[in-house]
Design a protein. Structure first.
Length: 392
C-alpha cells in the first residue's frame, strides 16, 4: 500500500480555519487543543492537490459546468466502494449536505408539518426543522448496554404524523454504522406511511474496518422511491471548504421537485475547484482513503485503551464509523456546566458538548480524532491530568 504521512503536523493557523482561527470566538481562549469541528488535520490526497494546482494555473475562473466525467466519477465511486448502482440522471448538485437537507424540508413539507429526527444527532437537523417552522418529532435513540438502537415502536407511531424523516447514516455523533436489517426496517416503515427519508450519508466512506456502509436507497425500489440520499467527498477527503456535494434521487417526481427548489435559489452552478477536487478524489483516492481508515482506527484504538487503563470513569462508545469519538462522562459525576468548564478551562481540549445534539446527549463529549497520533496523545494526556487535579 502506498504510504501517506498522516503523522505530519500541519500548522493551519492563519488560513482562516474555522477550527483553529475561530478558537477565541468559540471557546473564549486560544490555548485550547481544537478537536471539535468535523474536518481533518491531514493533507488532502496528492491527486487532489495536483488537480487543483493544474486548474489554478489557468488564469480565468469564470462560470463553468459539470462535465459527464464528474458524474461518472461519482457513479463509479459509489458502485466500487458501496456496491450501489446509481444512475447518472439521479444525481443533482448541492453546495453542501446541510443546504440539501434544508431544501428538502422546504420542498417536501409545509410549515407545521412533522419532521422526524433521531437524537442525539447532528445539530443542524434541529435547525432545519425549527428554522423552517416545521414540527419536530424526536424518535430518540435507545441506549442499551453501551450501544445505540433505533426505537422502532416509537418510530411506527411518529410516522403517522410526519411527512419527512432526517436520517444520519452513519450516525453522527454516536458512531453507529446502521446494519441492513435496521435500515430495511426503518425504510419499510417510512415507505408504508408515505414518509420521505432524507438520508445524510456524508460519512459513508468513513466506515471503519470490520463494518460496512449500507446506502439506504440500495435496499429496494420501494425504499429508493422514498429516499433522498446526500453524499459528498468533503468529509472523506477533507474538502469541506470547496462546497460540493451530491443529492441522489431515484424517483423522478421527487427529483424534479428538488431541482425546482435548487433553481429557485439559483445555487446550482457550483464551485469550480470543488468539481475538480471531487473528480480527482473519486477517481484516484482509494489508496489514500484505505490508509486513512487504518490510521483513524489506530487513533480510536489508542483512545479506547487509554481510557480503559487510566480513566475508566469515561466510556468510549463503539465507533463503527466517522472519525468522531462519543465519550460518556456521566460516571464522573460532573453536571453539564461543570463538564464544559472541565474540558475548556481545565483540560484545555476543545470538544463538542453532547447536549448540543439534543435529548440523550447530556453528559457526553464529541471529540474529533482525524489528526496526527501525537495530537490525540496530547489531548488524552490533558484530559487525564486535568481529571487527576479535578477530583483531588
Amino acid at each position: 500500500m502506498q504510504q501517506f504521512d498522516f503523522d505530519r503536523v500541519i500548522d493551519r493557523r492563519g488560513t482562516h480555519s474555522f477550527k483553529y482561527d475561530g478558537l477565541k470566538k468559540i471557546f473564549g481562549r486560544e490555548d485550547v487543543l481544537p478537536m471539535w469541528v468535523a474536518d481533518m488535520d491531514f493533507a488532502v490526497p496528492p491527486a487532489v492537490q495536483e488537480a487543483i494546482r493544474r486548474r489554478a494555473e489557468h488564469p480565468i475562473y469564470g462560470y463553468t459546468f459539470r462535465p459527464e466525467e464528474y458524474y461518472k466519477s461519482i457513479v463509479n465511486w459509489i458502485g466500487r466502494r458501496h456496491g450501489w448502482r446509481v444512475e447518472r440522471e439521479w444525481i443533482r448538485y448541492s453546495p453542501g449536505i446541510v443546504p440539501a437537507i434544508n431544501m428538502a424540508v422546504q420542498g417536501f413539507t409545509e410549515p407545521g408539518d412533522g419532521v422526524i429526527l433521531q437524537s442525539p444527532v447532528y445539530h443542524p437537523f434541529f435547525y432545519a426543522i425549527n428554522l423552517n417552522h416545521r414540527k419536530l418529532l424526536n424518535n430518540q435513540l435507545i441506549e442499551k448496554d453501551g450501544y445505540y438502537l433505533v426505537d422502532f415502536n416509537d418510530l411506527a407511531e411518529k410516522v403517522k404524523e410526519a411527512k419527512l424523516l432526517l436520517l444520519s447514516n452513519p450516525h453522527n455523533p454516536v458512531g453507529r454504522s446502521w446494519d441492513e436489517d435496521e435500515l430495511r426496517n426503518l425504510g419499510e416503515i417510512c415507505a408504508e406511511n408515505d414518509v420521505l427519508i432524507v438520508s445524510d450519508e456524508i460519512h459513508a466512506d468513513l466506515t471503519l474496518p470490520g463494518h460496512r456502509h449500507v446506502p439506504l436507497a440500495s435496499l429496494s425500489e420501494e425504499i429508493a422511491a422514498h429516499t433522498i440520499t446526500c453524499m459528498a467527498p468533503s468529509k472523506t477527503f477533507n474538502l469541506a471548504g470547496l462546497s460540493t456535494s451530491s443529492v441522489i434521487i431515484p424517483e423522478e417526481k421527487t427529483r424534479e421537485r428538488f431541482e425546482e427548489v435548487v433553481e429557485s435559489l439559483h445555487i446550482g452552478m457550483g464551485n469550480l475547484f470543488g468539481m475538480e477536487a471531487s473528480m480527482a478524489a473519486y477517481d484516484h483516492g482509494d489508496a489514500w482513503l484505505d490508509a486513512l481508515l487504518e490510521y483513524v482506527q489506530g487513533n480510536v484504538d489508542y483512545a479506547r485503551t487509554f481510557l480503559a487503563e487510566k480513566m475508566p470513569e469515561v466510556t468510549l462508545f463503539p465507533t463503527e464509523a466517522t472519525y468522531l469519538l462519543w465519550l460518556d462522562f456521566r460516571r464522573t459525576g460532573m453536571d453539564a456546566e461543570t463538564l464544559k468548564h472541565f474540558m475548556t478551562e481545565e483540560a484545555k481540549v476543545g470538544g463538542n458538548d453532547g447536549a448540543m445534539y439534543g435529548p440523550g446527549g447530556e453528559g457526553f463529549v464529541r471529540l474529533n480524532v482525524a489528526c496526527p497520533r501525537t495530537v490525540v496523545e496530547e489531548a488524552f494526556d490533558r484530559i487525564y491530568n486535568a481529571w487527576i487535579k479535578h477530583r483531588s
